[in-house]
Ligand binder design. Structure first.
Ligand code: C2E
Ligand code: MG
Ligand code: MG
Ligand code: MG
Length: 290
């Protein structure tokens, strides 16, 4: 009796694995078409100066609107795009959309910053950066208004990463390490990269106000970033208590549902106007790349 049961379980498991890999394959095929059909949109999540409450810009986050209208979040398709060599084209499409939107955003405020995510595959060589430079050349947009984010995974090869970050900064972009604390970063590694900004991962922000031991790690990350002269952004702020703690610890910026979810550009512009009417400008807007 147990033998057939074991075989049945094994067969079921194989079935699930096959189904999952088929789904990834078919998604990969659809992704290639999606790029050509321009099925991607970018939503903007407000980034707030924690001391003043003023919105200083936004993070651009890509979404895939499938035929039929269903929206797919990036964690479901970025890795598939990377594995299938489609990431370059998606990144270029995100650049195109952000540059198009920035004409309107900078009309609101010339000082606004938009953060764009680069994937690990965009950091293998400087091609994505060169493309961005070419795309900006035909516009009135100052490269300093575009900040770039990449995760630790993108910075695995420290020497290569350093070259890419230097190139980005030469082009005028500030560079942030994203999801900090979730990868393999060490202090020595961080010291060797000419970064501007450190984004504290949501998983650390989540521990603020709980009695878990990790909330102390959050404070250590903040102190470490300060001692390396990095600007700090806390991501995934959902509760006022978290915002208060981060503000008291002099974290520069914050993002999260407490302030606003990612939204289409017209909605973000309305959000921005309401925010500006209700807040004072920050005493000094740190410009990292300057
Ligand atoms: P990320 O860069 O760390 O972006 C923050 C993610 O956290 C976003 O998810 C955002 O919607 C979510 N988030 C922000 N505040 C809160 C909050 O208070 N609570 C909760 N529960 N979530 C919050 P999203 O948009 O699904 O993006 C996931 C990841 O996909 C991003 O993480 C980024 O690594 C990647 N990604 C997004 N857009 C792009 C892109 O254009 N290019 C590349 N290469 N990667 C992208
Ligand atoms: Mg990011
Ligand atoms: Mg992040
Ligand atoms: Mg994250």
């Amino acid at each position: 009796f147990w033998l057939p049961m074991g075989m049945l379980a094994a067969a079921l498991m194989i079935g699930v694995v096959v189904w999952l890999s088929r789904r990834r394959l078919s998604l990969a095929g659809e992704l290639a078409i999606a790029v050509r059909r321009r099925e991607f949109v970018v939503h903007y999540q407000p980034i707030i100066d924690l001391q003043s409450g003023r919105c200083v810009g936004a993070e651009a986050l890509v979404r895939w609107i499938r035929p039929g209208g269903k929206t797919l979040r990036p964690d479901l398709f970025i890795s598939i795009a990377e594995e299938n060599g489609l990431m370059t084209r998606i990144t270029e499409e995100v650049f195109r959309l952000v540059i198009r939107d920035m004409e309107d955003l900078l009309a609101e405020d010339r000082g606004m910053h938009i953060s764009v995510n680069l994937s690990a595959s965009d950091l293998k060589d400087g091609k994505a950066l060169r493309v961005l430079q070419c795309m900006l050349a035909g516009t009135a947009i100052d490269a300093r208004q575009i900040w770039l984010e990449a995760t630790e995974r993108g910075f695995m090869d420290v020497d290569k990463a350093r070259g890419i970050i230097e190139q980005a900064r030469e082009q005028g972009h500030a560079v942030a390490i994203d999801d900090f604390g979730t990868g393999y970063s060490s202090l020595s590694y961080l010291q060797r990269l000419p970064l501007d900004t450190l984004k504290i991962d949501k998983s650390f922000v989540d521990t603020i106000g709980t009695d878990s031991a990790t909330h102390k790690v959050t404070d250590h990350i903040i102190d470490m970033a300060k001692s390396l002269n990095l600007l700090t952004v806390a991501e995934g702020i959902e509760r006022q208590e978290q915002a208060d703690h981060l503000k008291a610890r002099n974290v520069d910026f914050g993002q999260g549902w407490l302030y606003g979810k990612p939204m289409p550009v017209p909605e973000f512009i309305l959000y921005y106007r309401r925010n500006v009417a209700a807040t004072q400008p920050p005493r000094r807007l740190p410009d990292a790349a300057a």
